[in-house]
Design a protein around this ligand. Structure first.
Ligand SMILES: Nc1ncnc2c1ncn2[C@@H]1O[C@H](COP(=O)(O)OP(=O)(O)O)[C@@H](O)[C@H]1O
Ligand SMILES: O=P(O)(O)OC[C@H]1O[C@](O)(COP(=O)(O)O)[C@@H](O)[C@@H]1O
Length: 306
């Protein structure tokens, strides 16, 4: 089974307007509300590609209730822990020529709720995949992911971690199956701006030396680079299309990679399905559906195990 964990889920309020004027009343052209949060997005895309997963995490208040209901409607299985105080955050995503995001703080997560999450994670089985994705609220220790992997060590679980800076660096010693920093996040980890492909590959390899297995570096409209555990580096440009809202493109890529890998065992196919899922999401207002992902593959879906 695949499990995703989102410590700080959201409702994403995605609005489009022609121009955003600071200090003025702006009116939207379009608005949508979607479930959000990195692990949840991974679960939604997996479900769109026919893979079941359980989305774990925390929810609170009326926004948390709506989040659950929306995920139910999308056929996504959840096992959230309810928090009695606060409310699930609303993250604002503004598309006005360029993309601007305002991500909320989220509710405080008490110790007993973290213990409850540990209880759920203790039930994972050897061979399961665990996706840890997204930020950790300020109220929790910044080594939360490390604590989880330390607890699960030696149980034969495959980890996928999509996080920034120390949250990611500190878990490399547990040999995650996949990590997916974007180009800027990879640079931030080393206090540098990475511009050339050679620099990106060299720094991805440094993360491998620290313990990561497959390192997938996403580069938005420039595509992605995979430094696999074994074999040649894969570098491809993404398909072309009109970008509507690239929020969730990275999460879609993680889900596509995992689905492709589980369906074929091939890193190359996994990379292609990841890239198609990321781009299909960028070309949509929300996370891509199966048909739009498959249409970008340019190959029969069954050759990807779909
Ligand atoms: N403008 C775009 N055009 C085509 N594909 C895109 C675009 N933006 C994102 N993608 C696809 O989605 C993947 C992940 O996007 P990226 O923005 O790098 O991730 P993140 O959301 O984690 O920052 C990219 O590697 C690419 O395959
Ligand atoms: O946990 P964080 O880092 O605050 O990010 C949460 C936001 O990231 C998203 O999951 C999108 O992530 P990506 O664009 O990186 O794929 C949104 O749905 C959500 O609002």
């Amino acid at each position: 089974m695949i499990y995703t964990v989102t410590f700080n889920p959201s409702l994403d309020y995605v609005i489009s307007l022609d121009k955003l004027e600071k200090g003025q009343i702006n009116r939207t052209r379009q608005e949508h509300i979607y479930p959000g949060g990195k692990g949840i997005n991974v679960s939604v895309i997996l479900s769109n590609l026919g893979y079941s997963s359980v989305a774990l995490g925390f929810e609170a208040g009326f926004t948390g209730k709506t989040l659950r209901e929306m995920l139910d409607q999308f056929g996504c299985q959840t096992d959230f822990i309810h928090l009695d105080e606060g409310m699930t955050r609303i993250n604002v995503k503004i598309n006005a020529g360029e993309e601007t995001e305002i991500n909320g703080q989220g509710p405080a997560i008490p110790e007993r709720a973290v213990e409850e999450l540990y209880g759920k994670l203790d039930a994972l089985q050897a061979g399961d995949y665990l996706v840890l994705a997204g930020s950790i609220p300020d109220c929790l220790p910044s080594d939360m992911y490390e604590r989880i992997l330390e607890r699960l060590e030696g149980r034969g679980i495959h980890y996928i971690v999509d996080a920034t800076k120390d949250l990611l660096l500190n878990v490399l010693k547990y040999h995650p199956f996949l990590i997916k920093p974007n180009q800027h996040e990879l640079g931030d980890m080393f206090g540098r701006t990475l511009t050339t492909e050679e620099e990106i590959i060299a720094h991805a390899r440094l993360l491998q030396e620290m313990g990561a297995r497959h390192v997938l570096v996403s580069m938005a409209g420039d595509g992605a680079i995979l430094v696999p555990e074994d074999g040649e580096v894969i570098r491809e440009r993404p398909p072309k299309g009109e970008v509507k809202n690239s929020v969730g493109a990275g999460d879609s890529m993680v889900a596509g990679f995992l689905a492709g890998y589980l369906g074929t065992g091939s890193c190359e196919k996994a990379f292609r399905l990841g890239q198609a899922a990321g781009s299909a999401t960028a070309f949509d207002y929300w996370l891509a559906d199966r048909a739009s992902i498959v249409s970008l593959l340019g190959e029969p879906a069954d050759s990807y195990g779909l």
